[in-house]
Ligand binder design. Structure first.
Ligand code: IVH
Length: 668
């Protein structure tokens, strides 16, 4: 490559890495496996080492990713939360050791070798032994305050036991989800016709960032600790001492941590971990090697991103070679089309794999995957495997470049691709595949929660032409169902009854069930709370919609577009005539309340009211409570230790009031 080409490749890699950082850290929806991501990063790091003239200040190889979201308060770590440099082979590990040997002038340095837990990094602050805060890594300097979510974790004591307790300590650990729990949640999703979560780690990341701690408590997350940041006073001389103390504090510590003197012992300890790692309660993707002495750690110091006293050794991802027998397209409820590789079944990390996602058209083209190709599939902590690359040498002599079908496999419509979208779509709203998915969504537990109307039943109803649009569900007769095979009298009666019962669900469930683009459960709740009536939402202007806290421009546009279509308006009318409730009684009753239409944000600890109490008072008076401060917020009620939300309110000129003023506002 000549210079301009190299620079171009580096720019492209940076853009690609940034995109994946956003997907991984902020949205917890990665498109590629960790190993693929690491390959991109290593290619960039290599080029940067050879061409420092092309390296901008803000290159992603020098930063930790950023997981922060608007909805959370910010917590500033007392000591930065750094990342680790990765190594992949014995030689790279020996190079790391050699750098330290040169620095200290001795070969017999002592290390601690521990499993690298593949979870979500958190930092828990304990003051005088009491758990007071939990924060995500964020950008390493500031993270999201997830205290209320972390407080729901079982097995996390809220106070430390035993001695040697510092005044203040930030203890660092990883939150993870056991495989059985992950599978339980996915089984439930499958029954309800929802797409499956890709792997436990990303589900964990999403769960830690849920806005509802009760929902967090339902998914059984666990935690394990491996280090600390700020510690006042300094009570530890060695990492191994800290690990022992974790046990007396009754905090979970990693298994099989081993002290090792010199690189040969380190290498041996890593081998042991690799052999045992599938027996641990958590997923591990490598080993972490750290200098045991804290004085040595300090002397070795850090770069802007990672300490020089520690390194991660990544175990190789579990891969297998197999043949792509076919490529098919799956059509989602919004018409998005996902290509899937059908594989000759192969054993991989304990399960038989016969399908792998190919993500989208661009990904197939980039990897040039063809039917008949031998490919490497990988499951790096993933449950749904991905095709990593083609073994080009094994390509059959005669093979055709895969041409992405131009027509929908379910209905034959011409597929389209919107500018700026990775997804290909089927534009036909009556497409049988979309119809099935839409009905499955409507009936699912997260929407109208219709018992007995799972994926298979929906498929049968659509196949037999009994249901095409959502309102048709409410016209189903017991006799019609009984005439279908596999439907007994009793279950037909039950199904008709549970469909009938769904007419009286809360409004947000109906809104969510309509499957409007960009409108998930949270936005549905926001809309229901603000308008209380589907008809009012349908007639609202974009401006009125985007004036609602939690509804941005894009979402408002999606809603307006949905209701501007005649067929959607007809659908709402059809639901109404069948007696489906389209307004919330509760929202009605508080009309005319003292706080009608006012939006509140609660922050900090109030002197006498709990958050729950304050929220209930606001809602009873017709107001609403949201998580983040914006120009649309009317009041921020701030208590003690109010942090970034108060600052933001002041910046935006939003009124900040204390509990007393709040009580008088509400007339108490
Ligand atoms: S020590 C200065 N030990 O992996 C950072 N980290 O990829 C020292 N991790 O940021 C970290 N298991 O979130 C350490 N046994 C372990 C770990 C571990 C998982 C995480 C941690 C770290 C990330 C780096």
């Amino acid at each position: 490559m000549d210079s301009p080409e190299i620079k171009e490749r580096m720019d492209a890699l940076r853009a690609e890495i940034r995109r994946h950082d956003e997907l991984y850290f902020r949205r917890a929806e990665p498109e590629i496996s960790d190993a693929e991501y690491d390959r991109l990063k290593r290619e960039l790091t290599g080029l940067e080492a050879r061409h420092p003239e092309f390296v901008p200040e803000d290159t992603p190889t020098r930063r930790v990713g950023d997981d922060r979201l608007e909805a959370f308060e910010t917590y500033r770590h007392r000591a930065p939360m750094q990342s680790l440099d990765n190594t992949y082979g014995e030689q790279e590990l020996r190079d790391f050791h050699q750098r330290l040997v040169r620095l200290f002038g001795r070969e017999d340095l002592e290390f601690l070798v521990e499993p690298k837990i593949d979870g979500v990094a958190v930092s828990l602050t304990f003051e005088k032994g009491r758990f007071v805060r939990a924060a995500t890594r964020g950008n390493g300097v500031e993270g999201d305050d997830v205290t209320r979510n972390v407080a729901t974790l079982r097995g996390l004591p809220h106070g430390l036991e035993g001695g040697n307790i510092p005044e203040i300590i930030e203890i660092r650990g990883e939150i993870f989800m056991a495989n059985e729990e992950f599978e339980r949640i996915n089984r439930e999703r499958e029954e309800n016709g929802f797409p499956l979560y890709a792997n436990p780690r990303n589900l964990t990341a999403g769960t830690v960032k849920l806005l509802d701690p009760k929902e967090v408590a339902r998914r059984r997350l666990q935690i394990v600790f491996h280090g600390f940041g700020y510690c006042e006073p300094a009570v530890f001389g060695r990492m191994s001492e800290f690990h022992k103390t974790l046990k007396t504090w009754k905090l979970p510590a990693p298994e099989r941590c081993r002290r090792a003197r010199g690189i040969d012992e380190v290498w041996e300890a890593i081998g042991e971990l690799d052999a045992l790692r599938h027996h641990f309660a958590y997923a591990t993707d490598g080993a972490v090697v750290k200098l045991d002495s804290l004085a040595h750690q300090e002397e070795a110091g850090s770069t802007s991103k990672a300490p020089r006293w520690a390194i991660a050794y990544k175990f190789s991802a579990e891969q297998a070679e197999t043949v792509v027998e076919d490529i098919s397209l799956q059509v989602g409820r919004s018409g998005a089309v996902t290509p899937v590789a059908h594989l000759r079944p192969v054993q991989l990390a304990g399960t038989t794999v016969s399908r792998a996602t190919l993500h989208n058209q661009d990904e197939i083209e980039r990897k040039d995957v063809r039917i008949g190709d031998t490919v490497i599939v990988e499951k790096a902590g993933e449950i749904i495997p991905a095709v990593v690359e083609v073994v080009v040498e094994k390509r059959p002599a005669k093979s055709d470049v895969y041409s992405f079908p131009g027509k929908c496999p379910a209905c034959g419509s011409d597929l389209i691709r919107l500018p700026d979208e990775a997804a290909t779509r089927c534009p036909n709203l009556s497409c049988a595949a979309q119809v099935r998915r839409r009905l499955q969504h409507y009936a699912s537990r997260q929407c109208m929660d219709i018992e007995g109307l799972g994926e298979a039943v929906v498929d049968r109803l659509v196949e037999r032409g009994l249901v095409e649009r959502i309102p048709d569900l409410y016209d189903l007769k017991v006799e019609e169902l009984v005439s279908l095979d596999k439907f007994a009298q009793k279950s037909s009666e039950n199904l008709v009854r549970s469909i009938g019962e769904s007419k009286d669900r809360e409004l947000w469930r109906l809104i969510h069930g309509l499957g409007i683009r960009h409108i998930g459960a949270t936005a549905s709740k926001d809309l229901a709370a603000a308008f209380g009536d589907l008809d009012r939402i349908a007639n609202a202007s974009r401006e009125e919609l985007s004036a609602i806290e939690g509804i941005g421009e894009i979402t408002a546009g999606g809603i307006a577009a949905y209701f501007s279509e005649k067929r959607n308006r007809d659908l709402i009318d059809a639901l109404l005539t069948r007696g489906v409730r389209t307004r919330d009684e509760k929202a009605e009753s508080v009309k005319g309340g003292a706080l009608e239409g006012k939006t509140f944000v609660l922050t900090g600890t109030l002197p006498s009211l709990s958050r729950q109490q304050a929220t209930e008072m606001i809602e009873a008076a017709g107001g609403r409570v949201t998580g983040s401060v914006s120009r649309k917020t009317d009041y921020v009620v701030a208590g003690e230790e109010a942090g970034s939300k108060r600052e933001k309110a002041e910046k935006l000129n939003v009124s900040v009031i204390g509990e007393a003023a709040f009580l008088s506002l509400i007339g108490k």
